[in-house]
Design a protein around this ligand. Structure first.
Ligand code: ATP
Ligand code: MG
Length: 346
């Protein structure tokens, strides 16, 4: 069986370091590993409209921002098909048929939808489009017969819902769809990176992010203001690592070589943590270290982004070509779906 990847992002803002460790870094590795037959990367503008219906301009502008972030991180249109969701009409048709295979109560139980409804204060008035977006996400994944979906942990309930729809479809009609697997980052911290406020997951809609395109000064300011251990007041006080966002980020980003470069008194993160726990290590020193580590990742990304920003029409051309390829693939699946349902009348 062909190995196919589908993944993507909502164009609701620029991409942040949570996307990077949760999904982007992995995607670039998978792309360059050559072990996948096809890779589809979707900019989910139609999904972004389900909770931004009154602000299509925001979604429109962020399509280009997300595309720039992709290219800056190393996604390569020669190896991955990068496309815009709304340009693939087959996705709507598939969603329409899948809606008959899912109950309202099943959607209500989806934990991601539940928490997102809360975060957006939608309790009293949920747009139907938003409520049913797990179904449209099933259409996105199955349209490309994806076997593998590399995403963060917040997407687990979505994948489960998709798998259920695939099983229901294949048993109700006949086998036309592929059941996908989720691929989480190996490092648990990367599956759901918290925001700089240390509370919820880093998320564009909450605004607790360090963006990939941020200037060095902005990154420094954010890191210096980051949440640590509120009881670690004086340097001599013992400090807590658990729930300390600065250490969580170090878990996600730093390796032993970074110590040699910036903190030669320690050989690895465990030693640094032990010193912090014991007392005598100040937050400022740890934060400065984190800043240096982050900049090692962010500087080359930003440099490449600045280059790509010089030719925006070329980005749109790349997206148009990607969307054409994606549409051809989705059309094949839609034909197979209609055949399985025996609604291919002519
Ligand atoms: P929004 O608030 O608009 O939903 P978002 O920041 O949650 O934006 P998405 O576009 O919904 O970002 O997510 C795109 C991908 O990035 C998904 O695979 C998701 O799992 C992953 N991701 C998003 N935020 C994080 C995070 N904080 N840690 C790890 N992975 C993340
Ligand atoms: Mg999200």
């Amino acid at each position: 069986m062909a190995k196919i990847i589908l993944t993507g992002d909502r164009p609701t803002g620029k991409l942040h370091i949570g996307h990077y460790v949760g999904s982007l870094r992995e995607r670039v590795k998978l792309q360059n590993s050559g072990t996948y037959d096809k890779i589809f990367i979707m900019i989910a503008d139609a999904q972004a409209l389900t909770d931004n219906a009154d602000n299509p301009e925001k979604v429109r502008q962020n399509i280009i921002e997300v595309a720039l972030d992709y290219l800056a991180c190393g996604l390569d249109p020669e190896k991955s098909v990068i496309f815009i969701q709304s340009q693939i009409p087959q996705l709507c048709e598939l969603s329409f048929y899948y809606m008959n295979l899912v109950t309202v109560s099943r959607l209500q139980r989806n934990p991601t939808v539940k928490s997102e409804i809360q975060a957006r204060n939608f309790e009293a008035s949920i747009p139907v489009g938003f409520f049913t977006y797990p179904i449209s996400q099933a259409a996105d994944i199955t349209a490309f017969q994806a076997t593998t979906v590399p995403v963060g942990e917040d997407q687990m309930p979505m994948l489960e819902q998709t798998r259920e729809i695939v099983r229901k479809f294949n048993t109700t009609y006949s086998e036309a769809l592929t059941e996908p697997e989720i691929l989480l980052p190996g490092n648990e911290v990367c599956q759901r990176l918290p925001g700089i406020d240390g509370k919820a997951k880093m998320s564009k809609s909450i605004g607790n992010c360090i963006y990939l395109s941020e200037t060095a000064d902005e990154v420094k300011k954010k890191v210096m203001n980051m949440y640590t251990d509120p009881d670690h007041v004086r340097m001599s006080d013992p400090g807590k690592i658990e729930g300390n966002t600065v250490f969580t980020y170090l878990d996600a980003f730093c390796n032993d070589e970074h110590f040699g470069r910036y903190l030669p008194d320690y050989s690895n993160l465990d030693e640094l943590k032990a010193h912090y726990r014991q007392g005598g290590l100040g937050d400022v020193k740890v934060k400065k270290f984190l800043y240096s580590v982050l900049m090692e990742y962010l500087e080359p990304i930003k440099k490449r982004r600045t280059e790509f920003e010089k030719d925006i029409p070329a980005i749109y051309k790349m997206l148009r070509e990607g969307s054409q390829k994606a549409e051809a693939a989705a059309a094949e699946t839609l034909a197979a779906v209609k055949k399985a349902m025996r609604i291919n009348y002519f």
